[in-house]
Design a protein around this ligand. Structure first.
Ligand SMILES: NC(=O)c1ccc[n+]([C@@H]2O[C@H](COP(=O)([O-])OP(=O)(O)OC[C@H]3O[C@@H](n4cnc5c(N)ncnc54)[C@H](OP(=O)(O)O)[C@@H]3O)[C@@H](O)[C@H]2O)c1
Length: 316
């Protein structure tokens, strides 16, 4: 049996994966990544070996994980699209778990979402619940982490709210905007992920910052912080989605989906668990007020880097 020493992070050039890899490197642990992205500039200066996240080649996944002690799984897709979808992401993640099992990976730290539910009509929350069960059924010791929404660096949601507040004279809120949303800093999630990588017990925990907002409060807080407080007006989810679609045509992105609006309005991005991450969004906003939202962050552009940089869109 070979010795397992490697900490493998999926998507180490992405958002949460990059912060997890950075923290592991700071502890002088050997880090590798499974990814289909090759950034123009390597943020780790060659310290993170890369393997393709190639779900069509199961033996290569097993080989890539053969020396892995802990797998940190961030792989997922944000919405259903012609090039990728939740159903495929569920299938692919099951393959990843099976490869980890075959390779003898000792522990998996898996990033999920608040309020996953196998009976949810929303494929994001349903798929995440299916995967939590699939992970438990592997018998591999694991930690499941459930953040609601990430902030920090170039995280999309908060950045793009700020981008809209900077550009438009008013801001439409879906319904009353009284549903809660509980952001957590991506580096706090990474710290918890790395700590959980050292644990032995199976666990599942919500990951949330010290502050909770209604959606309306969140938009107002961001607007004040960046110096663009805007009048807010109520929109029906249908009209909000139509405006989001129009904005998507202008930006070449999917700004928001019907399902994301439904999840948000159903309060699924908040939980009753106590906060366990230290960074306050309000303080982070003060420090990042000058840059937040100055550039639109496009999910599709991130996924559509040149073919030489990207092998596939997660197709099995
Ligand atoms: N971002 C948030 O606000 C948020 C909130 C709650 C929960 N989460 C969860 O946190 C985890 C990580 O989120 P993140 O924002 O850090 O993700 P990310 O960096 O954008 O992507 C994480 C991984 O998923 C892969 N991936 C993402 N979209 C893909 C697509 N359309 N097709 C194929 N592969 C794709 C990436 O592949 P490459 O390595 O090839 O780029 C990477 O390996 C996810 O499980 C997500 O559900 C995120």
């Amino acid at each position: 049996m070979n010795i397992k020493t490697i900490h493998t992070v999926t998507g180490a050039f992405g958002l949460s994966g990059r912060f997890i890899a950075r923290r592991l490197l700071r502890e002088n642990l050997p880090v590798e990544t499974l990814t289909n992205t090759r950034p123009a500039a390597d943020p780790f200066a060659g310290r993170v070996a890369t393997h393709p996240l190639d779900f069509a080649d199961f033996p290569s996944l097993v080989r890539a994980l053969s020396a892995t002690a802990v797998l940190y799984n961030t792989y997922w897709v944000r919405f259903d699209h012609s090039a990728f979808n939740h159903e495929t992401a569920v299938r692919n993640t099951r393959l990843l778990f099976a490869a980890a099992q075959e390779a003898g990976v000792r522990r998996i730290v898996h990033v999920s979402i608040t309020n996953p539910d196998e009976n949810s009509p929303l494929p994001y929350f349903r798929g995440k619940a299916q995967l939590e069960r699939a992970l438990r059924e592997t018998g591999i010791p694991h930690s499941i982490l459930r953040p609601a929404v990430l902030f920090g660096d170039n995280a999309i949601l908060l950045n793009n709210i700020a981008w809209m507040l900077r550009r438009f004279p008013c801001f439409g809120i879906f319904g009353k905007g009284n549903y809660r949303i509980e952001p957590v800093h991506v580096d706090d999630l990474a710290a918890i992920a790395v700590a959980e990588g050292k644990e032995k017990r199976d666990t599942c925990l919500d990951v949330k910052g010290p502050e909770s907002f209604t959606y309306r409060e969140l938009v107002e807080t961001i607007g004040r912080a960046i110096g663009h407080p805007r009048p807010l007006f109520r929109l029906s989810p249908k009209i909000g989605y139509a405006i989001g679609t129009l904005l998507g045509k202008c930006t070449g992105d999917v700004v928001i989906t019907r399902e994301e609006i439904q999840g948000l309005m159903a309060g699924l991005l908040a939980t009753s668990a106590p906060g366990n991450a230290p960074t306050r969004l309000t303080e982070w906003l003060v420090e990042n007020a000058k840059t937040l939202g100055t550039v639109y962050q496009s999910e599709l552009q991130r996924r559509a880097s040149p073919p030489s940089n990207r092998r596939r869109f997660g197709a099995a």
